[in-house]
Design a protein around this ligand. Structure first.
Ligand code: AGP
Length: 587
């Protein structure tokens, strides 16, 4: 199975190999340990694949003179089956006449493998995905077309899958989606299929978002869709005109630092597109009998922040980690409002939570960044974060935008004004060059450390949680966050001479958190204070502006920069951290 991948296909009159590789490069944030391309060349089927990135396969494997009008491709971050050339996609059948690429998990692949092995099929890889090409081959013996053989093969699969398949004797691509995303881009005489629209934006503005069990047959600018459960279906063609000016890394070395710096524009971009949704959300939340917030990772931390503000507004709400949601199913009913937060809109745990909640009669409101994503489509209403694609695996501008949306909802509920300009100037100040240069001191202290502890109270504890995730995710240093008062209930035993502890200080909790800092310092800890004011307990002081509800934004931005610089100092690529992928579309 492949934890997270990007797939891209092309059928048209143009140079399909070039177009596909351009799109695939834009999908690398979904997975990037191995890459492959399958294409028709005359009557032959060619498969080129290897461990490495898209530029590797271009340079090493694909003859520059090769040209094809029917192409499928794949960039993988596998967790099942080692990272080898053989386990890269596309996978072929025994005859080498069928090629498939797959994103998702085939849960019943062992049974299928057994069924096929008994019929003489030989497998070359350790992956679950490879059974798909052999299953199609098997059914080609009985079915009267490639499409029918694919339909039969796909209907045998259990799990999550977005699949594209082509065959040497066919002039089309066949595909299906179930739980893993797939979108079609169309143009005169050209069709593009990809895991998300980010890959398709350079080619078209017209998209068809596929639904679960949509089976597609794609020709040159022609797409036939039928649903394996509902039969013939019509899917609308949506025109999405996303401004590509924010595209690419531009002058930055990495997407992560580009997206950190883009936070100065986040407020405008949210306000530009929310067309009254903030008020809709605040009314719905204020009148709901029960409010739940659900998310994963940084989006879960945004849920904690949202719940904290709703508590301040006197509204009871329960933030739940998406993968734990089913354990709270009994609390959900027709009087429940579930707010799903997911920048990608494709996190499997969040999608599962939404489906559980809908079955219980709840209303789903979501906060997403990707238009047309599954979370958006399965919600009753949504707010689009509208901050442009976030390619770096670490959530930065999207986390800040989620917090600002919750802040706007809170202000609307409280009937208070919101001064976006003041917040924007504080963010700009935090992003300033001198701040970044100052952070190098902290980097030098932390770069050799194996552990760092982070403490805060109230909103500052939420900041500490998000900060810990940023540090872990891109610098691989073990970082753990605690409520300030919790450290002495056990973890203080881990503090040794020089152990770094990042302390988030805010006006409301200043005395208590500083005494917690002293508890750490007394035991030899090294204190890094994130605070509007200096204090003698700090060994390093990172100054941040005074703040009210926007405190978490002020406290997290310096740590985003710290995490980025730590990754560079340790020689890691912050855009593509090991073992991770941008959007976890499997449970
Ligand atoms: C955050 O830096 C991580 N990349 C990860 O925790 C992420 O927030 C999580 O996977 C949720 O992603 P989503 O917002 O797309 O649902």
């Amino acid at each position: 199975m492949s934890k997270m991948c990007g797939i891209m296909g092309y059928v048209g009159n143009g140079n399909g190999i070039h177009a596909t590789l351009v799109g695939l490069k834009r999908l690398e944030y979904r997975g990037y340990d191995s890459v492959g391309v399958g294409y028709k060349k005359g009557g032959d089927l060619v498969i080129k694949k290897c461990v490495g990135r898209v530029e590797d396969i271009c340079r090493r494997l694909i003859p520059s003179e090769d040209h094809s009008t029917i192409v499928i491709s794949h960039t993988r971050w596998g967790t099942h089956g080692k990272i080898t050339d053989e386990n890269a996609h596309p996978h072929a059948d025994c005859q080498g006449k069928i090629a498939i690429v797959h994103n998702g998990i085939i849960e019943n692949f062992q049974d299928i493998k057994e069924f096929l092995s008994k019929r003489g099929h030989q497998f070359k890889s350790e992956t679950d995905s490879e059974v798909i090409s052999h299953l199609i081959e098997e059914y080609l013996k009985t079915e009267n077309s490639f499409e029918e053989a694919c339909k039969k093969a796909f209907s045998m699969l259990k799990g999550s899958f977005a699949i594209l398949a082509l065959a040497s004797g066919e002039d089309k691509i066949v595909g299906i989606r179930k739980d893993s995303p797939l979108v079609v881009g169309i143009k005169e005489n050209e069709s593009f299929i990809a895991s998300d629209i980010y890959a398709l934006l350079p080619f078209t503005k017209e998209f068809i978002f596929l639904q679960n069990y949509d089976f597609i047959t794609v020709g040159k600018g022609v797409v036939k869709i039928e649903n394996l459960k509902e039969g013939k279906v019509e899917r609308p063609v949506e025109v999405i005109d996303i401004n590509l000016e924010y595209d690419g890394k531009e002058k930055y070395h990495h997407f992560m630092i580009k997206e950190i710096m883009e936070q100065s524009e986040v407020i405008d971009r949210i306000l530009e597109k929310n067309n009254g949704k903030i008020e809709v959300f605040s009314k719905e939340i204020s009148s709901a009998k029960k409010v739940f917030l659900v998310g994963a990772g940084s989006s879960y931390h945004a849920c904690l922040y949202g719940s904290y503000l709703l508590t301040k507004a006197g509204i009871d709400s329960k933030p739940i980690v998406a993968s734990e949601f089913k354990h709270f199913e009994k609390l959900i009913d027709k009087d429940s409002l579930v707010i799903a937060v997911s920048q990608s809109g494709e996190t499997a745990d969040v999608i599962e939570a939404i489906r559980i909640a809908k079955k219980r009669g709840a209303k789903i409101f979501s906060i997403v960044n990707v238009y047309g994503s599954t979370v958006m489509r399965e919600s009753n209403d949504y707010i689009l974060m509208n901050v442009g694609f976030e390619v770096g695996v670490a959530a930065t501008k999207t986390f800040t935008s989620q917090l600002i949306i919750f802040l706007l909802i809170y202000k609307s509920i409280m009937g208070e004004g919101f001064d976006g300009r003041e917040l924007q100037s504080k963010i700009l100040d935090l992003l300033g060059r001198s701040r970044r240069e100052f952070m190098e001191k902290v980097v030098d202290y932390l770069k050799e450390k194996d552990h760092v502890f982070l403490i805060g109270r109230g909103l500052s504890f939420i900041s500490a949680e998000e900060a810990a995730l940023k540090i872990k995710e891109v610098s691989y240093i073990h970082a753990e966050a605690f409520p300030g008062g919790e450290l002495k209930h056990g973890t203080l035993a881990l503090i040794e001479n020089g152990t770094p502890c990042i302390v988030f200080v805010d006006r409301e909790n200043k005395d208590e958190i500083l005494s917690n800092a002293h508890e750490v310092k007394t035991r030899g800890g090294f204190i890094i204070g994130i605070s509007p004011e200096r204090d003698e307990v700090f060994d390093i002081w990172i100054k941040i502006p005074e703040a009210n509800e926007e405190l978490t934004i002020m406290q997290v931005i310096p740590i985003q920069i710290l995490a980025y610089l730590l990754a560079l100092k340790k020689g890691y690529n912050p855009d593509y951290p090991r073992n991770l992928a941008k959007s976890v579309t499997v449970k």
